[in-house]
Design a protein around this ligand. Structure first.
Ligand SMILES: C[S@@+](CC[C@H](N)C(=O)[O-])C[C@H]1O[C@@H](n2cnc3c(N)ncnc32)[C@H](O)[C@@H]1O
Length: 142
């Protein structure tokens, strides 16, 4: 059953949740990491505190708290992925279901768009954000 979002409620995940969600192991954590859409998460703050190299990109940083509360978010689309792939060798997208816990049409379109040109994989993670939302999409330059 779908649920309706009556207001935008920014909430963010912790570093441990990010690590579980994106399968970031110790070796990954030593890399220079670009986080797209990190705005409400404390991943960057926590990682930076322990000496990791994380840069976060989020259009939300240009808005005040009041503006953020009013803002309707458009999180992911092929254009955004294109931009992320231009900047990064590998991107990881989580989750890949919509609010009804069905495979997101947008994600399926993205997979169709990139398979053949990139190494496209869906990997199960230990983090289940909502029912069936435990799969990670990895798109890697070949
Ligand atoms: C639901 S929040 C997820 C926050 C965080 N990734 C986490 O898991 O806790 C989605 C965020 O993506 C950001 N966003 C939307 N479009 C974006 C884009 N084109 N590039 C980067 N971030 C974007 C939004 O501003 C919002 O802060």
């Amino acid at each position: 059953m779908a649920f309706k979002l009556d207001s935008v409620v920014p909430w963010g995940r912790t570093m441990d949740e990010y690590r579980e969600m994106f399968l970031l192991d110790e070796e990954d954590m030593k890399k220079k990491i670009a986080g797209f859409g990190d705005g409400p998460a404390c991943f960057n703050a926590e990682a930076t505190r322990i000496g990791k190299d994380v840069t976060s990109y989020d259009p939300i940083y240009q808005f005040s708290r009041e503006q953020i509360e009013k803002r309707v978010e458009e999180v992911r689309d092929v254009a955004a992925m294109e931009e992320m792939l231009r900047a990064c060798k590998e991107i990881r997208i989580f989750p890949i279901v919509d609010l009804d816990a069905n495979d997101s049409d947008m994600i399926m379109d993205v997979i169709e768009h990139y398979k053949g040109k990139y190494d496209v994989r869906i990997v199960e993670t230990g983090y289940e954000f909502q029912k069936h939302a435990n799969r990670l999409l990895i798109i890697k330059r070949v």
